[in-house]
Design a protein around this ligand. Sequence first.
Ligand code: NAL
Length: 326
Amino acid sequence: METYDLITRNAEEVVTDEEVRELADEPDGTRAYVGYEPSGVLHLGHLLTANKLIDLQDAGMEVVVLLADVHAYLNGKGTFEEIRETAEQMKAQFIAYGLDEDNTEFVYGSEFQLDEEYTLDLHELELATTLNRAQRAMAEIQGGETAKVSHVVYPLMQTLDIEYLDLDLAVGGLDQRKVHMLAREELPELGYDVRPALHTPIIADLTSGEGKMSSSEGVTISMEDSTEELEEKVNSAFCPPTRDPEGDLENPVLELFEYHVFPRFDEIVVERPEEYGGDLTYDDYETLAADLESGDLHPADAKGTLATYLDELIAPGREKLREIRA
Ligand code: NAL
């Protein structure tokens, strides 16, 4: 695959395309990063951006994972000590999942976010940004409860991190786009460079195909799920025989194949008894989606296969969690 295609595959949005093309021309030595609020258990939302990091490593880029401990604290996720502990668990699960340990730099936010120079830059950003703008940037990240002052500091710090971690590309889910847009606008005000951003899609809720899959509401698949729990969740997923259900609905089963399974496996085998036509083998998402639409692939077979492959993807992380907790 061409470097540009590898960098941008399965991305919902790149800002801007020209800037990302420039990176793709000379990827060696460039740095991409994703930041995560530490959480003790990884779920599919984390793994979607991790898949992109693996693509970027394969494209020759250096990858930085920010364990955003101060951000999690500002977002009300617990005491600082609790957050540090979950961050260590998170790192172990990412490595178990397949991030190359020798090629991934894990950085704690608190390593640099409490420095004097950083703090003064932060105050300059606070002075340059309206409350309204910062709140809008935070709207999709914050849980929805009454905003605190910490919630407007949060996106400004995320903006500064892009400069302080010396990054060439910011990666995140589509829910991060307003922060990245704020960063593109404000960093030059402080005399810093504008960086391109790449956003991964948000997967629909598994059971309804509506809205977004979320760990706080509805069903999500995580490293904690047993094989049986995973099968149960996938089997009760919404899976109409089309990739474009009516209205605002999505087909979450197809989305999981597209964004979670195909990027990590060269070939997908749907096992079927001879009397139902025997095994089916797919090496790309499009063919599988077309077969589901035509009826050549039954939704029940698609779900069974999806559960098998997702189980294989989360098995190493599940094992790691068991070790940590033992
Ligand atoms: C992502 C998060 C927090 C801080 C960051 C700093 C730099 C780059 C990315 C960062 C977490 C993210 C979330 N806001 O909602 O998970």
